[in-house]
Design a protein around this ligand. Structure first.
Ligand code: GDP
Ligand code: ZN
Length: 363
């Protein structure tokens, strides 16, 4: 297989010059590049120029959960072997991470190399700007460009109301494109299609926001049936696999996984700052560097609140997200501290055993 044909086979999955450069050192070893469409139980499905292959993930499942191979990664795969192994994966451009709740607060990687985070928000129910802000924080934190898609526009009674709703969302989402679509009428789908055609996208949003409907519209078929593709494995057997990553007919790639759909809590310190960029900009002008914007003199944030430049709701939302983020960070740290203690105890016990063994030999 020439590198030109590899290029044309993988381009629909997002392969570009920069990925080819990153892969170059492996090429001379005869290894294959491929995009991970699914990972489960020690195995993964990888789209390569030779078709979809099944490979073992033993070498790319390190202890650190954030470094485990995931959907969207560009894998470096062995050309043959039983099993065939994924040797490595190319450095990620972006990564969606969930801070897992209560039990193990160590984060979980949900998707890699995502360019656009499409945040679906239903116009059939009252807008909850705070919820949009949470999704925006998650998106910014991942490194992807967020795009808010207001769905079910056909349910908004008139154009004036619609444009007011769009303005509200635009004010909440500085630097973020806001689109309206109706899957029912097909309105706005062409614009969305064009946005997602340049890169890899994920769909985020509350249940019922219209994500499946959008996915079906973008794929141009019922994703549930598209998801179940029959691939021939190495032994010539047909196996049914669920694809979490699809090349779209209009260009671009869509990643849609149950994990991403259910994403809720996160550790988004940087993301929060980007969602509330105007508050962070105001804070730069506060007299004290560590201003908490509560009652400090010379606080530019409180001054903006007084003048009406900044809304109470927005500041409250900012505070809430910061608090939530701090709780997650604190929990993670507590877990880390517990780990370290456990480690020291183990070392202590080993040390004691070694001492006793020595003593025994003295006797
Ligand atoms: P998901 O949970 O985010 O995947 O949402 P779904 O795609 O399942 O959509 C939830 C509901 O909204 C379904 O009953 C859809 O038929 C409906 N829906 C989705 N898009 C539109 C739209 O553009 N217009 C209208 N009127 N209903 C829609
Ligand atoms: Zn302040």
């Amino acid at each position: 297989m020439t590198s030109t044909s590899v290029f044309s086979a993988l381009a629909p999955y997002g392969w570009d010059e920069a990925w080819a450069d990153a892969f170059a050192p492996y090429e001379s070893e005869g290894l294959l590049p491929g995009r991970v469409v699914r990972v489960d139980r020690g195995q993964c499905d990888v789209v390569t120029a030779d078709g979809t292959l099944r490979a073992d993930t033993a070498f790319v499942t390190p202890h650190d959960p954030l470094r485990v191979l995931c959907t969207g990664d560009w894998a470096v795969v062995e050309p043959a072997g039983t099993p065939r192994y994924v040797r490595s994966y190319l450095p990620r451009r972006t990564a969606f991470v969930r801070s897992t709740s209560s039990k193990r607060s160590e984060g979980q990687i949900l998707a890699a190399n995502v360019d656009h985070a499409i945040i679906a928000v239903s116009l059939a129910v009252e807008l909850e700007l705070g919820r949009i802000e949470r999704f925006l924080a998650l998106a910014w934190e991942s490194g992807a460009q967020p795009v808010v898609v207001l769905t079910k526009a056909d349910l908004v009674p008139d154009a004036v109301t619609l444009s007011h709703l769009v303005e509200d969302v635009q004010a909440t989402a500085p630097g973020v494109p806001v689109l309206t679509v109706s899957a029912q009428d097909g309105d706005g789908l062409d614009v969305l299609s064009a946005v997602v055609s340049g890169g890899t996208s994920v769909l985020l949003g509350q249940s019922g926001a219209g994500k499946s409907t959008l996915a079906n519209a973008l794929v141009g078929a019922d994703v549930m049936t598209v998801h179940t593709t029959r691939d021939v494995d190495g032994k010539g057997r047909h196996t049914t696999t669920t694809r979490n990553l699809l090349a779209l007919p209009g260009g671009g790639v869509l990643i849609d996984t149950p994990g991403l759909r259910g994403v809720g809590l996160w550790d988004a310190g940087v993301g929060v700052g980007q969602v509330f960029s105007e508050i962070e900009a105001l804070a730069e002008r506060c007299r004290f560097q560590d201003c908490a914007h509560e009652s400090e003199p010379g606080c530019a944030v409180l001054a903006a609140l007084d003048s009406g430049e900044l809304s109470e709701r927005r500041l409250e939302s900012y505070r809430k997200l910061i608090r939530e983020n701090q709780r997650i960070v604190a929990k993670t740290d507590a877990r880390l501290r517990a780990e370290i203690r456990k480690d020291w105890k183990k070392k202590g016990a080993q040390g004691k055993a070694a001492m006793e063994a020595k003593r025994g030999s003295w006797r």
